[in-house]
Design a protein around this ligand. Structure first.
Ligand code: GAR
Length: 200
């Protein structure tokens, strides 16, 4: 049975694009919507350009009321009846009230080798720590931030002279390979983690 995939974004949506483009042919899933908390997110138009339904629920009018924002987001995406929800550069913290109904059905990509560097500024923190490698992780989403079972990782070297920007670009290339590889496996019911070889 083909799995229906929804994707949540906050920005340019390059990971969203890599996921959407991967879901063709014998892939066990198809994209059914892209949604953003930011009506200005560049990824929304890109999704529409690929024929994907794209909706925005602006978080700002809700202020600190996360539950109310999440209720509005849930209502907006409900009609698409997604089986799997992929967070792809979605920059709002989600409460347990939103996460729990999606337990075992929601994935996130995070730009660090979890459990290192949960939260923000991952690349700057890796450089400041003197790490020689960095990378990205796809994991199942649980109510704890950037936690949950790891479904895949890709590693890159940290090179002399790297800035957070140069390191982010190197990691992002791997994100675009890792997330589709994990989703394909996950949508087929296989939760064995994917570990990509370091690029040469
Ligand atoms: C990606 O690097 C993703 O890993 C990161 O935001 C970027 C979004 O880029 N996500 C997080 O930091 C989540 N905490 P994109 O919009 O081009 O996919």
């Amino acid at each position: 049975m083909t799995r229906r995939v929804g994707i949540l974004i906050s920005g340019g949506g390059s990971n969203m694009l890599s996921l959407v483009r991967s879901m063709t042919g014998d892939h066990p899933a198809r994209p059914v919507f892209v949604a953003s908390n930011d009506p200005g997110a560049g990824g929304l138009e890109k999704a529409r350009g690929l024929g994907i339904q794209a909706v925005a629920v602006d978080h700002r009018p809700f202020g600190k009321d996360r539950a109310a924002f999440e209720a509005a987001l849930s209502e907006a995406i409900a009609p698409y009846e997604a089986d799997i929800l992929c967070l792809a550069g979605f920059m709002r913290v989600l409460t347990a009230g939103f996460v729990e109904p999606w337990a075992g059905r929601m994935l996130n990509i995070h730009p660090s080798l979890l459990p290192k560097y949960r939260g923000l500024d991952t690349h700057a923190r890796a450089i400041a720590a003197g790490d020689t490698e960095a990378g990205c992780t796809v994991h199942e989403v649980t109510p704890a931030l950037d936690d949950g079972p790891i479904l895949g990782q890709a590693r890159v070297p940290v090179l002399p002279g790297d800035t957070p920007g140069t390191l982010a670009a190197r990691v992002l290339e791997q994100e675009h390979l890792l997330y589709p590889a994990v989703l394909r496996r996950y949508a087929a019911g296989d939760r064995t983690p994917v570990f990509l070889p370091a690029p040469v």
